[in-house]
Design a protein around this ligand. Structure first.
Ligand SMILES: [Zn+2]
Length: 248
């Protein structure tokens, strides 16, 4: 058993780090899954396929959200354990890493509530998109949906459409907006990814590029696709295009 920090098994740490970054890549699959569930659910509404189906779509969506929560908590548990082990430098004992990770995961799980899941941004947006499309198609909207909540959502989207279509990095209208879960700002995916990667290569933290934001450690894993804003931008562009055509 190693007795001093020189013998610290960095290869082991490197392996765990690699495994972790593979795990973080899984998030992209979950996001892609959510996207296709959303698209399918919207298609079902538009084609007016049996309304029983979109209930299932919502269940599927919450399964994705739950999966994402589990993935993030697992990553957090492993990361904190790893940092703990690095700090202790394996002094006199080799800690049982599996137990340490499981303890942390359990603590995180115990802090979960069903309510968190229902209030998850992505689920709320999913339900709102379905409601909007149903209204556009002249279909009845589930009366249990809270109108006041919807009002807030719509206000939020109006504000967004006026101010947040522009990426704070490129100063251009975004094509693929991603939202930072921590500070709530949105950026062009490609642009923020480049900033984070180049900072991390130099072992620096990436500050949020939005003027006035105090968030100083933007991580790739904190970024989620902003589906609603993406659609708003798409609509905005389509409208601008058709106006251009009319003018020429
Ligand atoms: Zn920010």
């Amino acid at each position: 058993m190693p007795e001093n920090s020189d013998d610290f098994p960095w290869i082991f740490v490197k392996n765990v780090d690699n495994a972790l970054s593979n795990l973080k890549n899984c998030e992209a699959y979950i996001v892609a899954g959510m996207q296709s569930v959303t698209n399918t659910a919207l298609d079902l509404v538009v084609t007016q396929t049996d309304t029983g189906d979109d209930y299932n779509m919502e269940n599927l969506m919450s399964e994705y959200v739950e999966m994402d929560r589990y993935l993030n908590q697992y990553i957090t548990a492993v990361e904190t354990t790893l940092n703990q082990v690095k700090d202790k430098n394996y002094l006199n004992l080799t800690p049982n890493l599996k137990v340490l990770v499981e303890e942390k995961l359990l603590a995180l799980k115990n802090s979960n509530t069903e309510g968190d899941l229902k209030k998850d941004d992505r689920l709320v947006q999913f339900r709102k998109q379905l409601r909007d499309v149903k209204k556009q198609c002249g279909l009845p909207v589930d009366p249990t949906d809270d109108d006041s909540e919807e009002q807030i959502d719509e206000d939020m989207i109006v504000t967004q459409s006026q101010t947040n279509l522009i990426c704070p990095i490129t100063q251009l209208e975004m094509k693929k907006p991603v939202k930072n879960k921590v500070c709530g700002h949105t950026y062009e995916e490609e642009a923020i990814r480049r900033i984070i990667e180049s900072k991390h290569k130099r072992n620096k933290k990436a500050c949020c590029p939005k003027v006035g934001c105090s968030h100083t450690d933007v991580k790739l894993t904190d970024l989620v696709q902003d589906v609603v804003l993406g659609r708003a931008i798409e609509n905005h562009r389509r409208m601008a295009d058709s106006q251009n055509k009319q003018n020429h």
